[in-house]
Ligand binder design. Structure first.
Ligand SMILES: O=C[C@H](O)COP(=O)(O)O
Length: 253
């Protein structure tokens, strides 16, 4: 059985001291608890990437970044390159989160370019896709999400596709105003994404992890991870404190 992925993005939160507290707490918890069947990952803001990666170096926890530039380097003021991320110890890069699509005009085309650059630098792209409430209400969640998945993978070889992680994050389920998705909502979309991956090639891309994110909390984590097509959870608020994160890991074991 493949390991389940359970991770958290801190978004634009925490000071360095708070990052240290989280890492200390996680390392201490992991030294007392076996999590062989779970792949943990933490995605801090850029400014603590190097620090968090060195704090968690001795553990099996993967560290990722929340975004990166599509360009290799050059005159792109304020941007961060793939090479800079790997240099800081990141092995994952989150791309296409709905907050980046909404507030920073991230397009499918741009996400696709970033995915290609990430793979070139041996970074695992964690590609976020999700439907809006309007799309859900008009019954086109599957269509909208599959469109994002396809666009993000344009021009990739099957080997490259086999190296990505996908996360279904309904826009309407994310954040403090989000409503948790029902198991039925999650199954509908996950089943469609898995079927699409299978249609690309039997075997090679079957193992692409498909995570769920959006208002995951201790009350729904177990039911979500038990869904047939859910390979992991991508958590925001409920895992920002290390106690919340480890509680969800424990519940999912
Ligand atoms: O990156 C995580 C997702 O956006 C989910 O955030 P949330 O768990 O706070 O709803």
């Amino acid at each position: 059985m493949n390991r389940k992925w359970i991770g958290t993005s801190w978004k634009m939160n925490k000071t360095k001291a708070q990052a240290q507290l989280f890492c200390d707490g996680l390392k201490s918890w992991l030294s007392d608890n076996q999590v062989n069947d779970i792949q943990c990952f933490v995605i801090p803001p850029f400014t603590y990437l190097d620090f968090v990666a060195s704090q968690l170096e001795s553990s099996d926890v993967k560290v990722g970044a929340q975004n990166m530039a599509w360009a290799e380097n050059g005159a792109f003021t304020g941007e961060i390159s793939a090479e800079m991320l790997t240099d800081c110890g990141a092995t994952i890069v989150e791309l296409g989160h709905s907050e980046r699509r909404e507030y920073f005009a991230e397009t499918d085309e741009r996400v696709n370019a970033k995915v290609k650059t990430a793979l070139k630098h041996k970074l695992k792209p964690l590609i976020c896709v999700g439907d809006t409430l309007e799309q859900k209400h008009s019954g086109c969640s599957v269509e909208a999400v599959l469109c994002q998945v396809k666009q993000s993978l344009v021009g990739l070889s099957l080997i490259e596709v086999s190296n990505v992680i996908l996360a279904y994050e309904p826009v309407w389920a994310i954040g403090e105003h989000g409503q948790a998705a029902s198991i039925k909502d999650v199954e509908l979309v996950h089943c469609a994404i898995k079927a699409y991956l299978k249609s690309l090639d039997h075997g090679l891309v079957d193992d692409v992890p498909l995570l769920y994110g959006g208002s995951v909390n201790p009350s729904n984590a177990r039911d979500l991870i038990d869904c047939e097509f859910v390979d992991g959870l991508f958590i925001g608020r409920s895992a920002w404190q290390v106690e919340g994160y480890t509680q969800i890991i424990r519940l999912c074991q």
